[in-house]
Design a protein around this ligand. Structure first.
Ligand SMILES: [Cu+2]
Length: 367
């Protein structure tokens, strides 16, 4: 935590936003620079939301698989097109799997057979489907599962190879569908399972292209030109600005001494995440969701390209608020990409002493 004088100093050298990142506040410092969309007309008034929130609960992770044999698993996902707030006072039209962003995390065992059905709710406006990167087969199932509003389509596949894989809508306007929320993760566990941890969390990063700058009150329409230029309005973890941070639905929670695994799916459609835990480190990092490879160790920032996943381990040795960000930090301070994990428990001043005043030193640290 920064004390007041240090915060002032950082502000004076232009690091106010980083001070905010390191401290408790989730919001930026209000120093908004007019963007490309600032000259656009006032948006329509905010729409009445269909749902309170589309933000997927990061603790909603299926249990680890204990089985020593393969099974047939039935999975149904329902496409729901909903209007919801991306931040207070700003509504957008989302397209979702089961009303949440990212879509539900699916978990199967390598060798399992999945009988999958996609339902397209009758009140929806357009075609949808699913491309699973865990599938050997045309389009990852996209052709077989394409369904018009009010219809459903099924396919069956065997999960032949292990890893964490994205699934996403793959109709012709797939970038638009992913940008409004249509992506999620399927974890195919190897037969021996994954190392035991105390907690597991599920996050999805994606970017949203809208008609007005982030924070402009009202209803934002989708902006194809902004998408063509790959200039998103919002970059988000779990579908909303600062969804799981203290300022919104609240941080994820662990105890000091816990080990947590974070599953992250990068929907894109276009941006590569530089995924970093502020005030911690990925003590194990499985690039590209490849959970059967030997993990990298003590990695600060992992590159997670769109259409891929990341699996990482965090150890919580002291009480702290860990901020999970895309370290392309403009996406945090200006575009909303932040999730937080609070670790509570015993202080250990030998590891970290925020109150140290330098008094044990007899002379200057540097001549
Ligand atoms: Cu779709």
């Amino acid at each position: 935590m920064f004390d007041t004088s240090r915060r002032k100093l950082l502000g004076a050298v232009g690091l106010g936003a980083l001070a905010s990142l390191a401290g408790c506040g989730g919001d930026s410092d209000g120093d908004q620079t007019p963007g490309a969309r600032a000259s656009q007309s006032t948006p329509e008034p905010a729409s009445e939301p269909d749902v309170d929130s589309v933000a997927a609960d990061p603790t909603d992770v299926p249990d680890p698989i204990e089985r020593d044999h393969s099974e047939t698993i039935e999975v149904t996902l329902t496409v729901e097109e909903v209007t919801a707030e991306v931040e207070p006072g700003v509504t957008v039209d989302y397209m979702t799997f089961d009303g949440q962003v990212p879509g539900p995390m699916l978990r199967v065992r390598q060798g399992d057979t999945v009988e999958f059905t996609l339902e397209n709710a009758p009140e929806n406006a357009t075609l949808h489907n699913v491309d699973f990167h865990a599938v050997y087969g045309t389009g990852g199932g996209a052709v077989a599962t394409t369904a018009a509003p009010g219809e459903e389509n099924a396919m069956r596949f065997q999960a032949r190879y292990p890893g964490a894989f994205i699934y996403h809508c793959a109709v012709p306007n797939m970038d638009y569908h992913i940008s409004t929320g249509m992506f999620g993760m399927i974890l195919v566990e190897p037969p021996e399972g994954l190392p035991e941890v105390d907690q597991e969390f599920y996050l999805g990063q994606h970017e949203l292209y809208t008609s007005h700058d982030a924070g402009t009150p009202g209803h934002h329409s989708f902006d194809y030109e902004a998408m063509r230029a790959e200039e998103p309005t919002y970059v988000l973890l779990n579908g909303e600005k600062f969804a799981y941070a203290a300022d919104n639905h609240g941080p994820m929670e662990v105890d000091v001494g816990d080990t947590a695994r974070v599953y992250m799916v990068s929907g894109g459609p276009n941006l590569t995440s530089s995924f970093h835990p502020i005030g911690n480190v990925w003590s194990e990092a499985w690039p590209n969701g490849s959970v059967t490879t030997t993990p990298d160790e003590f990695v600060q920032t992992m590159s997670v390209p769109p259409g891929s996943c990341f699996v990482g381990t965090l150890d919580f040795e002291v009480p702290s608020r860990v901020k999970l960000v895309d370290h392309a930090l403009t996406r945090v301070t200006r575009k909303g990409c932040l999730a937080e994990i609070d670790a509570t428990g015993e202080e250990d001043e030998s590891i970290y002493d925020p109150d140290f005043d330098g008094s044990t030193h007899e002379g200057p640290l540097y001549d």
